[in-house]
Design a binder for this molecule. Sequence first.
Ligand SMILES: O=P(O)(O)OP(=O)(O)OP(=O)(O)OC[C@H]1O[C@@H](n2cnc3c(O)ncnc32)[C@H](O)[C@@H]1O
Ligand SMILES: [Mg+2]
Length: 173
Amino acid sequence: MLVAIGTKNPAKVHAVQDTLIRERHTIESVKVDSGVSPQPFSDEETLEGARTRANSALITTGATLSFGLEGGVQETKSGLLLCNWGVLVHAGGGEWIASGAKFPLPLQVAQRLREGEELGDVMTDITGDVHTRKKEGAIGFFTADWVSRKELFSHIVKLLYGQYLSTKNHIQH
Ligand SMILES: O=P(O)(O)OP(=O)(O)OP(=O)(O)OC[C@H]1O[C@@H](n2cnc3c(O)ncnc32)[C@H](O)[C@@H]1O
Ligand SMILES: [Mg+2]
């Protein structure tokens, strides 16, 4: 089965490839537009970006299943939380959604985002590495590498694929 992922970011592509390795699908990654702002600022906007990516990648590749993964932030009373969303769509209809774990960004980082900077750029500034968003990510840096960006997306991929399989099994039985 051809499975698409709407990004070329290795943290996301490897999350799909490695999580589904035993399923023996062919994975095709394709760069698509999220249709939302480069730095989504709510759960809704982040989810919408993931949905647009999934649908665009499905159409572009002609795949049977297609993943869209998107990162953003969400303002709360307890601080600015890093949030991540995923959407899985099936060519025959059907959509599944899932979000990832959340944690608050440090105050100074949160403030820079509120003033309009993108997290990826702030992380480059802090770490001196332009590729942070493609590797351990902000989550890796702020958790002393206990959780990587790929690991976070892998969990979302499991939630999405698991829901898809569960639906499929219930329809068949
Ligand atoms: O190529 P794409 O798939 O767009 O990969 P990306 O790293 O830009 O990822 P997103 O568009 O999903 O992320 C939305 C924003 O959140 C930022 N971001 C989210 N999580 C991050 C992380 O762990 N490390 C660095 N930047 C992160 C990133 O800079 C973007 O501005
Ligand atoms: Mg992006």
